[in-house]
Design a binder for this molecule. Sequence first.
Ligand code: NAP
Length: 294
Amino acid sequence: MEVFDIYNGKTDVYGIIGNPIGHSFSPVLQNTILRRFNKNGIYVPFKVEGGDLKKSVEGMYAIGIKGLNVTVPHKRAVMNFLCGIDNTANKIGAVNTLKYTENGYEGYNTDILGLKKSFEINCIDVSGKRAMVIGAGGAANSAVMLFAEMGAAKIVIANRTIEKAEALKKQAEMFYSTDIEVISINDINNCEKPNIILNATSVGMGEGNNQSPISDNSLFVGVECAFDVIYTPWETKFLKDAKACGCTAVNGFDMLIYQGIASYEIWHDTKVSNFEAKEIRNMLAEYFNNGSGR
Ligand code: NAP
């Protein structure tokens, strides 16, 4: 298909705002979904500095950009410039998807939807289990809320900066009565053995890809599942170590794909079937693993 068969005066524009933005996989993901469903649309990355967020969001609305994803560091700050925020995003205190409406952009959070779907397809059952979340940033926030929503018996939040973990515990306790404990990342081996450990730090990604947030691997022994929100590298040191100790190891790729599909569904008021979603997921996994996505 030629470019002039795809784009014309009626092409809708979608995009992602963040800083940095060059590493984002979302343009490949969203343009693949747009092409899969023959939509007359294009999805592009926009680098937006913190001080420019308000005028960027207003400008994008003014020129009719139909949908946006929002990534680090704007997920919280962008909430000040929206006409409405859905309940899940409000609960998490972060927005990663903006939908154009006649009153302005509405905000949603699909990270938690992506994580939930990833748990479902990888058969991760959290109900009644002890869960440990390492990290207290945006990804950890979604994980803690999801574990609470899914009925975890106990959630331990382990973070380098204790204050951030305390704030996350407080946020979760506004909505759930789950038993939540905060510990320092240095005390990770000194607490009761969890059933599932989820790494929501950036340790192990990119240049630090030979690092793990866990220094003593005895923690993994007897743990059912280790989940890493990172997907570059495909298998982090955290996941390799967990696997070597007999845990089921799951990376963040499905979370990424399904949060993107959920954003697409919001923008287009549609439902992507499980079959279509799997087809998109497998196409992108192949692209990713042959080196193009890294
Ligand atoms: P964030 O809000 O900046 O939080 C980063 C977390 O990592 C914080 O808890 C931070 O601890 C911790 N951390 C960073 N460097 C550390 C170090 N050297 N030692 C110990 N802890 C360290 O980032 P985020 O948005 O949550 O993203 C975290 C990771 O999740 C990234 O790798 C991101 O790519 C990935 N992610 C994946 C998906 C997906 O769809 N798969 C979605 C969202 C994010 P402090 O609080 O002490 O700073």
